[in-house]
Design a protein around this ligand. Structure first.
Ligand code: MTE
Length: 323
């Protein structure tokens, strides 16, 4: 990773200090409170921070590099894609509360030695929650920087012991028509349930997160409660929400957007400013909050800025073909 030094004197320590956890599910509370303000060695709220102290060396801590760029909580939770609740960006925040998330089970099967269906509490018990501040880039060219709370997907998969012949992982979202108005509406385009997939090495990569919270709070429904995937080097549609089923497979799974429009949405969906979407450029993104008066346009980075960590996964592949 390139060595970077942070010198912005305007940042307030209160802005970069993760909020205390307010996760109210039994097994989450204990684990989550461990992620306290001091977890990343950040200055405590209210303490005096000298200019010298702010000359921090971020060599090994991507959380710190991005802390200064965090997108406001209101933007992260009010401008969403969750087609189960409608196609307008404001629909999920208005309608996702209709989805009941307690109790919640996740079924893990396919090519694993220990298949099973577990209640969320039992599934999460034992995982140490951590905060990861990630850039998040939607294929529609908007982006944000979000402090997620979660644990690596690899930890979850290992618990079910994938078999050696398992080469891919398939994910499915809850499909409950009575609670999801977007799945009932005329012209609803997706073949429900929403489906996504990763190659096994992508799924096992340490950056791939199962998120159960953001900004130190439980995940709001519109952001994919109670658990969702976050794959920061891929376009946002890979980050499937409200997961109820995970299968290890030996074949590349069909994904919702690929089924809908394979020319526009590939299986890999790695963020790539050099490969345009057939209908728009991917060279720039609008960092939320963004408006016509202040578009907040920034250049898109290869692999969304995570090339050092993940480019090696795709050696020998032509990423203009395997998009
Ligand atoms: N997961 C489900 N189940 N349904 C969806 O419509 N939209 C995807 C992804 N996961 C989607 C989903 C897309 S296109 C994006 S950009 C991100 O969720 C948006 O995540 P956010 O609303 O938390 O920003």
């Amino acid at each position: 990773m390139t060595k970077r030094t942070y010198t912005d004197p305007t940042i307030q320590s209160s802005e970069i200090t993760p909020e205390r956890m307010f996760l109210n599910r039994r097994s989450l509370i204990r684990a989550a409170t461990a992620a306290s303000a001091t977890m990343f060695g950040l200055p405590a709220v209210g303490s005096e921070v000298s200019a010298e102290e702010q000359m921090l060396d971020f060599t090994d801590d991507p959380n710190r590099i991005l802390a200064a760029e965090q997108t406001p909580y209101d933007a992260v939770t009010s401008y969403n894609n969750f087609y189960e609740f409608g196609t307008d960006k404001s629909d999920p925040a208005r309608h996702a509360h209709a989805m009941s998330i307690d109790p919640w089970t996740v079924k893990v099967g396919g090519l694993v030695n220990q298949p099973g269906e577990l209640y969320l509490e039992d599934l999460l018990g034992g995982f140490e929650l951590e905060e990861r501040i990630y850039r998040f880039r939607c294929v529609e060219a908007w982006s944000m920087v979000v402090p997620w709370v979660g644990f690596p997907l690899s930890a979850l998969l290992n618990r079910f012991q994938p078999k050696a012949e398992g080469r891919y992982v398939e994910f499915k979202t809850l499909y409950r028509r009575s609670e999801m108005r977007g799945t009932r509406s005329f012209g609803s385009v997706i073949d429900w349930p929403y489906r996504e997939g990763l190659r096994m090495d992508e799924a096992m990569h340490p950056l791939t997160l199962v998120a159960v919270g953001l900004y130190g709070k439980t995940l709001p429904s519109q952001n994919g409660a109670p658990l969702r995937l976050v794959v920061p080097w891929k376009y946002g549609f890979k980050s499937i929400k409200s997961i109820v089923e995970i299968n290890v497979t030996d074949r590349q799974p069909k994904t919702s957007w690929q089924m809908l429009q394979p020319r526009e949405y590939g299986f890999f969906a790695n963020v790539n400013p050099a490969v345009d979407h057939p209908r728009w450029s991917q060279r720039y993104e609008r960092r939320l909050p963004s408006s016509v008066f202040n578009p907040n346009r920034v250049a898109t980075l290869p692999f969304n800025g995570y090339a050092d960590q993940v480019a090696g996964l795709y050696e020998g592949m032509d990423l203009s073909q395997d998009y």
